[in-house]
Design a protein. Structure first.
Length: 330
């Protein structure tokens, strides 16, 4: 009897090991670096949560340039990693190729769409989250002038800015909005010095709230705003803690949840391909509220944000998506 019980335990252990061996997760980050305290770090946090809960490890890779994504994706797939997550729109062309080469591998693309039967594409309605941030910025501004610093000048980042501007104008039709993009290559995601310079220029023009949608470049935006006793708005991850009392809010994208869910779905045999579009209604985007920014949020502001969120979810307010026609209504 004792031997039979031991045999059962051994078989159970072997089965669990086999199940764990079936999933070998991997991540290819965007070029801003794993610990950008923003977009990539959100993905890392999702993977860490999965690892902590399941005991299953994962591999990751930090590309240093725009050309390394395809090589990394192919390398992981060829070594049997599954699922493989591409954390950037920049890897969409690469994934189109690699996904077709490895049809049995499950892939996830964040921030763009690839139509292959083994690819899940997760996209966000950044315009909706940014709209709420714009409402808050306009209400918090004492000068009637606010700013936006983008990373790489691409339609996706224009989508952030356009939503922000729409929200600000809804709260104050006379608001003045400055905007700058950091650059036109992947290096624009990791240049906090330049981010700080652009922020100082906007502050010198009168901006007293500056929103950064720029990856690690945004760290320079938040720092410069704090140094000049102005307000900033973080992005992707909750960055309120970086400068408590200076960061008005952060427009959070649940990239962490996308990574965690993909890993868990694959582990449980529930992985599905196709496109997902996540906005306020789906809790895919939000503005962060916590003890770090609580002193900055008035009751009037909170009421306005709650109303704006409800209006967007109900369809009463439609936030224009810049990427739909590459324009932003004024």
């Amino acid at each position: 009897m004792k031997k039979s019980v031991l045999t059962l335990f051994a078989l159970a252990a072997m089965s669990a090991s086999a199940l764990a061996a079936d999933i070998k997760p991997a991540i290819v980050y965007g070029t801003g670096g794993k610990f950008d305290k923003s977009f990539n770090e959100a993905a890392y946090n999702g993977a860490e949560k999965f690892k902590k809960e399941t005991g299953i490890g994962y591999r990751d890779f930090e590309p240093s340039g725009d050309t390394q994504g395809e090589q990394a994706l192919r390398n992981f797939a060829s070594k049997g990693f599954n699922p493989v997550i591409a954390v950037s729109f920049a890897w969409s062309s690469a994934l189109q190729k690699v996904g077709a080469e490895f049809p049995k591998t499950q892939f996830v693309l964040i921030d763009d769409q690839v139509d292959l039967p083994n690819v899940r594409s997760v996209m966000y309605k950044e315009n909706e989250g940014s709209y709420l941030a714009g409402v808050m910025a306009a209400m918090a501004s004492k000068t009637g002038k606010i700013g936006f610093i983008g990373g790489m000048d691409i339609p996706l980042i224009r989508k952030f800015e356009c939503g922000y501007e729409q929200g600000a104008r809804a709260a104050n039709p006379k608001i003045e909005v400055f905007q700058n993009m950091t650059g036109t290559t992947g290096a624009a995601w990791n240049d906090p010095v330049r981010g700080g310079e652009l922020t100082k220029n906007q502050i010198d023009q009168g901006a007293d709230v500056v929103y950064a949608a720029a990856g690690a470049t945004g760290l320079g935006v938040l720092q410069t705003a704090a140094d000049n006793k102005k307000l900033s708005i973080g992005v992707d991850s909750n960055q309120n803690y970086l400068h408590p009392g200076s960061v008005l809010t952060s427009v959070v994208k649940r990239v962490d949840l996308a990574v965690y869910t993909a890993f868990m779905d694959s582990k449980n045999g529930k992985f599905t391909p196709g496109a997902q579009h996540l906005g306020l209604k789906e809790d895919g985007v939000a503005v962060a509220m916590d003890d770090n920014n609580k002193p900055l949020i008035t009751a009037e502001m909170m009421t306005a944000v709650d109303k704006a969120k409800a209006d967007v979810i109900s369809g009463k307010v439609s936030v224009h998506d810049y990427t739909s026609d590459n324009t932003c209504p004024k």
